[in-house]
Design a protein around this ligand. Structure first.
Ligand code: IMP
Ligand code: MG
Length: 177
C-alpha cells in the first residue's frame, strides 16, 4: 500500500467547501420535505456524515449496501443488495448519496429499485462523477466534482478496501493495479 500520492485531485479543504455548498442547495430545495438521505455503503460514508451535518432542515438518514459484480476497477451492472433500507420509503423524498458515478450501472439499478417502492421523489447526490465512462445515462441533481478517467481513492473511496481513510481524494497510480 502506498502512502505518498503524487496527484491529489481534491484536498480536504476543497472537499469541505464543496460539501457545504451542496448542503446549502439541499437545504434550500427540501424545505418542509423531511428528506431521507440514503447512504450507499461504504464509499459514501464520510460524504454522508459531513453533508448531513451541514444541512439545516429536518432530515433522516438510512443506509444501503450493494455489491456490483465485476473487477476491482469496473462494475458489471449486476447488482446485489447486501443490506436493504430500514425505512419504508413510500411517499418519502429520497436522496441517494453516492461516492462516485462511473459507468452509472450501479446507480441506475439502485434508482429503479427504490422507485418501485413508490417514494414521492428520488434524486441523486454524488460526490464525484466520471462522465467519460458513462454506459447508461443517469440524471444526477447534485454533483460535487467531475473527475477525468482515472481511478481515484480516499475520502471513502477504495481500491480493494484500502485508502478509504485518506482525508483527500487522490489518483491511484496505474502501477498499483
Ligand atoms: P458504476 O456502476 O460503474 O457507476 O460504479 C460505481 C461504483 O464503482 C462506485 O460506487 C465505486 O464504489 C466504484 N468506483 C468507480 N470508480 C471508482 C474510482 O475511481 N475509485 C473508487 N471506486 C470507484
Ligand atoms: Mg468500491
Amino acid at each position: 500500500m502506498i502512502t505518498q500520492f503524487e496527484e491529489i485531485l481534491f484536498s480536504e479543504k476543497e472537499i469541505r467547501a464543496r460539501v457545504s455548498e451542496l448542503a446549502v442547495e439541499i437545504t434550500n430545495d427540501y424545505q418542509g420535505k423531511d428528506p431521507l438521505l440514503v447512504c450507499v455503503l461504504k464509499g459514501a460514508v464520510f460524504f454522508m456524515a459531513d453533508l448531513v451535518r451541514e444541512i439545516t432542515i429536518s432530515c433522516e438518514m438510512d443506509f444501503m449496501a450493494v455489491s456490483s459484480y465485476g473487477s476491482a476497477t469496473d462494475s458489471s451492472g449486476v447488482v446485489r443488495i447486501l443490506k436493504d433500507l430500514d425505512a419504508n420509503i413510500e411517499g418519502r423524498n429520497v436522496i441517494i448519496i453516492e461516492d462516485i458515478i462511473d459507468s452509472g450501472l450501479t446507480l441506475s439499478y439502485l434508482r429503479k429499485n427504490l422507485r418501485a417502492r413508490n417514494p414521492a421523489s428520488v434524486e441523486v447526490c454524488s460526490l464525484l462523477t466520471k462522465p467519460s465512462r458513462r454506459k447508461v445515462d443517469i440524471a444526477c441533481k447534485y454533483v460535487g466534482f467531475e473527475t477525468p478517467d482515472v481511478f481515484v481513492v480516499g475520502y471513502g473511496l477504495d481500491y480493494m478496501e484500502q485508502y478509504r481513510n485518506l482525508r483527500f481524494i487522490a489518483v491511484l497510480p496505474e502501477e498499483e493495479f
